[in-house]
Design a protein around this ligand. Sequence first.
Ligand SMILES: C[S@@+](CC[C@H](N)C(=O)[O-])C[C@H]1O[C@@H](n2cnc3c(N)ncnc32)[C@H](O)[C@@H]1O
Length: 273
Amino acid sequence: MGKKLGKFRTLNQHFPDNRGILSMTAHYDRIAHLYVKTQDLPYRPHIEEYTYLQIIGDVAGLSVLDLACGDGLYTRQFKEKGASRVVGVDISPKMIELAREQENEHPLGIEYIVKDALELGKIGEFDRVVSSYLLSYAQTRSQLLQMSWQIFLNLKPGGCFLSINTDYQFPHAESSRLKKYGIAFKLPASIQEGDAIAFTLKTVGDRQDVKFNNYYFDRTTYEEVFQEVGFSEIHWHQVIVSPEGIKEKGQEFWQDFLDHPIFVGIECLKPRE
Ligand SMILES: C[S@@+](CC[C@H](N)C(=O)[O-])C[C@H]1O[C@@H](n2cnc3c(N)ncnc32)[C@H](O)[C@@H]1O
């Protein structure tokens, strides 16, 4: 593995492929307030948060780096659950401004950094690097590789990358089944790697549209890239509904989401040596 990483470090200096990432900054700056409002959509606490936090598990006493942390929705929870050091990174200054406003109101000791995850460099050696929806902003395989390398670089040996990421394993015609959860998206009839998927989330109450693109890569490409940077023991985790969600809305309400999940959990281990 040492040989592979040595080669990769050299490659890492020559990634030329950051097209489109800068416009992401401007886009999330524009939609930051609206994106925060989507936290009221029932699937976010009952499926997204429940699945994500189950995958991450106990963080008490651990150092956590949260990439694409947004306004710090999950970042704060890691500190509240006893993580020793928590750092949140996001490309959007507006998102980080919202996170810092909360930190100023209720100081938890979280450090927030405005930075493109593609160009993070080594800022520490963390027990956990986590992300909710980062990798699906990579627009090329080369960017996916570069992001994965930044993640690997910031983990201790024996540390884990734990994430949720958009994922589509069902025919495009069935995407309409997710409308009732406030989610709409357009999948090309025959999806190719690197294709943009245009997402619209509808906020609860005022039903405003929150629009953004994610980019598609096969799970096999993700696995190749994770292995290329040195990760071992790659696991995919299916979405689950919280017991509260089932109590509140019934199993039937969630079935279409469970049959057509738009995200998947990812777990990758950095070997000890
Ligand atoms: C869908 S939001 C998720 C925010 C947060 N993780 C959450 O779950 O509430 C995606 C976030 O990814 C950030 N992002 C996109 N590309 C990024 C990059 N290259 N580096 C760092 N952050 C990025 C956006 O600014 C945005 O805050």
